[in-house]
Design a protein around this ligand. Structure first.
Ligand code: UDP
Ligand code: MG
Length: 337
C-alpha cells in the first residue's frame, strides 16, 4: 500500500487478443519507462482475450514486479478496459496507451515533459494516419463531425493515448456512465490541457479488433452524452411546422372576405401540417424531461476541484480529491490499491 504511494508513473494498457505483439510492446514500454528514472507500474487490463494473452501476462508478472494485471471475466470493450486501468492506477501521472504499438511508447517522454511543465492533461493527436484503413479513417471522420455538431467538442484524431495527472484521474473515476467516451469525459473535466502530436504506427501484429459495432457505440456515447442538442431538433421541427400552419390559417382568414381562398385540399394539408407540428412540440416537451432524466442519471460530479486554498488540512485533502466531505460518506469512491 505504502509502496504504491511512491509510484510516479502508471502505464495502463488494454489488451484484447494481443498475444503476438505483447512481448515486443512490453520491451519497448519498459525501455522507455526505465529511461524516465522514476518508479513506475504497468497495469495490463486483459479484456477477456481468447488467445494466450493471459498466459503471457502471468509470466510477465512473475518476471517483473512492476507489472500488474487486471483480468476481466469476459470482453467488456476497450473504453471499459481503459476505465479499469484508471481505477487501479496509483501513479502521480497515469499514461494510457494501446498494446498494439500503434501508440509509440517513445512519445511518452514528451508527454511527461509537458506534465512537468504543469499541464494536468496531455492528450495526443494523430498527425499521420497511414497505418489506418481508409474505411476506418472515413468512419472516424464522420463520427468526429457528428460529435462536434452535438457537443461542440473537436475530438478529431484523438485516441486513448494520453497522460493524466492523478488529480484528473480521481475526478475521472467519479464519472461512471456505462456508455462512455473517455476522451470526451477528459475534455469535459477541464484542468490545464495541452496536446502532443505523433505519427500513428502500423499495428505490429494481428489486426484491429475494433468492430464497427463498437465504433458505433463509441460514436453514440460522444454524440449523445455531452449535450441535449440532438434531442432539441424535435421541437424545432414542430415549431416550424406549426408556425407555417398558423401563418397559413391567418392568411386564409384575412383573404376570406375578399373571396380568395385556396382549395379545401390545401386547407386539409395545412391542417395536417399544423397538427403534426403541434405533436412534435409536445414530443419535444416530453423529450426535454427525458433529457433531464438522462442528465441526472449520468450522475456526473456537479463540479471538479483542482485544489483548495486556506481550508483546515483535513477538508483540504478531501476537497483536493474532488470529493466533497458530505458526498464521500454516502457515496464513496472506490479506489483500488
Ligand atoms: N482492445 C480491448 N478490448 C476490445 C478491443 C480492443 O481492450 O474489445 C484493446 C486492444 O488490445 C488495443 C486497444 O484496445 O490495445 C485498441 O484496439 P484496436 O487496436 O483493435 O483498435 P484501433 O487501434 O484499430 O482503434
Ligand atoms: Mg490499434
Amino acid at each position: 500500500m505504502d509502496e504504491s504511494k511512491n509510484i510516479t508513473f502508471s502505464f495502463i494498457v488494454p489488451l484484447y487478443n494481443e498475444q503476438d505483439g505483447l512481448e515486443l510492446f512490453y520491451d519497448r514500454l519498459v525501455a522507455t519507462a526505465e529511461a524516465l528514472n522514476e518508479p513506475f507500474e504497468i497495469i495490463f487490463v486483459n479484456d477477456g482475450s481468447q488467445d494466450e494473452t493471459a498466459v503471457i501476462l502471468r509470466r510477465l508478472c512473475e518476471l517483473d514486479f512492476r507489472v500488474r494485471v487486471v483480468d476481466f471475466s469476459r470482453n467488456f470493450g476497450h473504453q471499459i478496459a481503459v476505465t479499469a486501468g484508471y481505477d487501479f492506477a496509483c501513479g502521480r501521472a497515469v499514461i494510457s496507451l494501446d498494446g498494439d504499438c500503434q501508440h509509440p511508447p517513445e512519445v511518452i517522454p514528451e508527454l511527461v515533459a509537458r506534465w512537468r511543465e504543469g499541464f494536468e492533461v496531455v492528450y495526443t493527436v494523430r498527425r499521420d494516419t497511414k497505418g489506418i484503413s481508409r474505411i476506418r479513417r472515413g468512419t472516424g471522420r464522420i463520427m468526429y463531425r457528428f460529435i462536434r455538431w452535438s457537443s461542440g467538442a473537436d475530438l478529431t484524431d484523438q485516441a486513448d493515448f494520453r497522460l493524466l495527472d492523478h488529480k484528473v484521474v480521481e475526478a475521472l473515476r467519479r464519472t461512471r456512465e456505462h456508455a462512455r467516451l473517455i476522451r470526451g469525459l477528459v475534455r469535459w473535466l477541464g484542468f490545464r490541457q495541452t496536446s502532443v502530436s505523433y505519427v500513428a504506427q502500423q499495428r505490429t501484429h494481428g489486426k484491429s479488433s475494433y468492430s464497427l459495432k463498437q465504433l458505433a457505440g463509441m460514436s453514440g456515447a460522444g454524440f449523445f452524452n455531452f449535450s441535449l442538442r440532438p434531442l432539441r431538433i424535435v421541437p424545432k421541427v414542430g415549431g416550424v411546422l406549426l408556425t407555417a400552419a398558423i401563418v397559413y390559417a391567418a392568411a386564409s382568414l384575412a383573404l376570406w372576405p375578399l373571396g380568395k381562398t385556396a382549395s379545401p385540399i390545401v386547407h386539409l394539408i395545412m391542417a395536417i401540417v399544423g397538427l403534426f407540428g403541434l405533436q412534435f412540440v409536445f414530443l419535444g416537451l416530453i423529450g426535454e424531461y427525458v433529457g433531464r432524466i438522462f442528465e441526472e442519471a449520468k450522475a456526473r460530479p456537479l463540479y471538479v476541484v483542482r485544489e483548495t486554498v486556506g481550508f483546515p488540512a483535513e477538508t483540504q485533502e478531501e476537497a483536493e480529491s474532488g470529493v466533497s466531505p458530505a458526498r464521500s460518506e454516502d457515496n464513496p469512491v472506490t479506489i483500488y490499491t
